[in-house]
Ligand binder design. Structure first.
Ligand SMILES: CC(C)(COP(=O)(O)OP(=O)(O)OC[C@H]1O[C@@H](n2cnc3c(N)ncnc32)[C@H](O)[C@@H]1OP(=O)(O)O)[C@@H](O)C(=O)NCCC(=O)NCCS
Length: 170
């Protein structure tokens, strides 16, 4: 399967809405996304990403054989952390387990490290999200530690894990 990342297009909205209307995805993400997630919600997200500050927001559709199958974003932090960025991603459930998430994480890191001055990218999966932890490990991220009782998700107090990757030759 030919997987890639590319800039969002407004015509991806219907596809994106279909992927995100899934509690198995939403329950592994931060709160704030509506459920059900409509095409209008998807259009608003895509428009926000296309008009965002290109120095701080690096947002991509994940594609497989040219079809949108997921989303990945790298977001620059501020203040003394301005050379650090947080990564978030998801892949539509029908496409899980095919290496798509891992390829997307590698490609997004390559883009950010080769096109910006960012030197550290981190991700904070929920501790029980073994698939996401595995993706990060396969993409070269290092596990830095457990963030104990760091969030409340679906009414449960949960641990998270800190993973990061550092720009080569720093
Ligand atoms: C996490 C996610 C992006 C993974 O995408 P993907 O395309 O399936 O990832 P890959 O196929 O590249 O790799 C998945 C790995 O996790 C492993 N895995 C899957 N479920 C697992 C589980 N329950 N326990 C342990 N490992 C698991 C797979 O076996 C595979 O590892 P392997 O190649 O060593 O066999 C996808 O499951 C997803 O979108 N989940 C919901 C949203 C989410 O969790 N986003 C990340 C928030 S931090």
């Amino acid at each position: 399967m030919d997987t890639a990342i590319r800039k969002w297009r407004i015509e991806d909205a219907a596809n994106l809405a279909e992927l995100l209307n899934n509690k198995n995805i939403l329950s592994n993400l931060r709160d704030g996304l509506p459920y059900p997630y409509t095409v209008k919600d998807a259009e608003e997200y895509i428009n926000a990403m296309l008009s965002a500050d290109s120095e701080t927001t690096f947002a991509f559709a994940i594609t497989a054989n040219d079809k949108v199958v997921g989303s990945i974003g790298v977001f620059r932090c501020d203040n003394i952390h301005f050379r650090t960025a947080e990564m978030g991603y998801y892949v539509g459930e029908p496409y899980w387990g095919k290496g798509i998430g891992t390829n997307a994480v590698k490609q997004a890191c390559n883009y950010v490290f080769s096109s910006t001055d960012i030197i550290r990218i981190f991700a904070e999966p929920f501790a029980y999200n073994s698939a996401s932890c595995r993706v990060l490990e396969k993409a070269g991220f290092q596990y830095e530690g457990l963030l104990r009782k760091n969030a409340v998700k679906n009414g449960e107090i949960i641990d998270m894990k800190m993973y990061s990757i550092i720009k080569p030759q720093i």
